[in-house]
Design a protein around this ligand. Structure first.
Ligand SMILES: Nc1ncnc2c1ncn2[C@@H]1O[C@H](COP(=O)(O)OP(=O)(O)OP(=O)(O)O)[C@@H](O)[C@H]1O
Ligand SMILES: [Mg+2]
Length: 229
């Protein structure tokens, strides 16, 4: 059962938000476990509010000593396992990446985020060597402007989009009220009220597109692995 990890040692790059959007979206159809491996436990706090999807189980990670067992147990009981990592590189991150079928690297279109994303990609390559298998990964641009992107933003994302070594998501997670509102209101973006949140419909569609692209990438990587075998 696919395990999808969100990793970037740069704080505030959008890991928790994108992990939660994906987990809620996948949980509309299948059982999902979201492992909250950030010591500040933002997802656990969100889950204490009302409205978490029925199909979504939250596991609060205890420590680097327990993460492998937590992933194994989650993979046995859920169709998808999503892991939200802390904002620093650690042994815990390496353990989680080593067990992943796919790693998503969320980043803002800013140079500091780009530098951190490159560091994460290097870490993934070391983890691949350690476990002697390919671990697919892709960069996800987050908190992007819907209109009037700056030249810097275009330049930063262009560096990744034009690279033939790094896969990127076509879907961007735009900066949206709805995506910060879920952490105060609980539940998923689908549960928010259009009267209270701007552009809710666009936010729901954006989350759906993201989940669909994740599924598509997982399928492609699974098919590519079959061809090699
Ligand atoms: N797409 C978005 N639209 C609006 N707000 C966002 C979006 N993504 C993230 N934010 C806000 O930006 C802040 C940082 O986002 P988030 O917590 O997802 O990043 P993170 O990478 O998990 O950070 P950390 O490294 O601290 O765990 C939060 O306050 C969050 O609500
Ligand atoms: Mg986080």
């Amino acid at each position: 059962m696919p395990t999808i990890t969100f990793a970037n040692s740069k704080g505030g790059s959008g890991k928790t938000t994108s992990a939660l959007l994906l987990a809620c979206e996948l949980a509309t159809a299948k059982p999902v476990t979201l492992i909250d491996a950030d010591p500040r436990h933002p997802v656990t706090a969100w889950a204490k509010l009302a409205g978490a999807p029925k199909n979504l189980s939250i596991v609060t990670n205890e420590s680097e000593k327990t993460i492998l067992d937590e992933i194994e147990a989650a993979a046995a009981s859920s169709t998808f396992v999503v892991i939200d990592l802390e904002g620093t590189a650690s042994r815990l991150s390496s353990y989680a990446i080593s067990q992943s079928d796919f790693v998503i690297i969320p980043m803002k279109e800013q140079q500091q985020d780009a530098n951190a994303a490159i560091t994460v990609i290097e870490e993934i390559h070391r983890d691949m060597k350690a476990v002697r298998r390919t671990i697919p990964f892709a960069v996800l641009f987050t908190q992007t402007k819907v209109v009037a992107k700056s030249r810097t933003a275009r330049f930063v994302s262009g560096q990744f989009r034009q690279s033939d070594k790094v896969d990127t998501f076509l879907t961007e997670i735009h900066e949206r009220d709805a995506y910060s509102a879920i952490f105060a209101a609980g539940g998923s973006v689908r549960d928010l009220s259009a009267k209270e949140v701007n552009n809710l419909e666009a936010a729901i569609l954006n989350a759906q597109d993201f989940a669909a692209e994740v599924i598509d990438k997982l399928r492609r990587h699974r098919d590519a692995a079959k061809e090699v075998a």
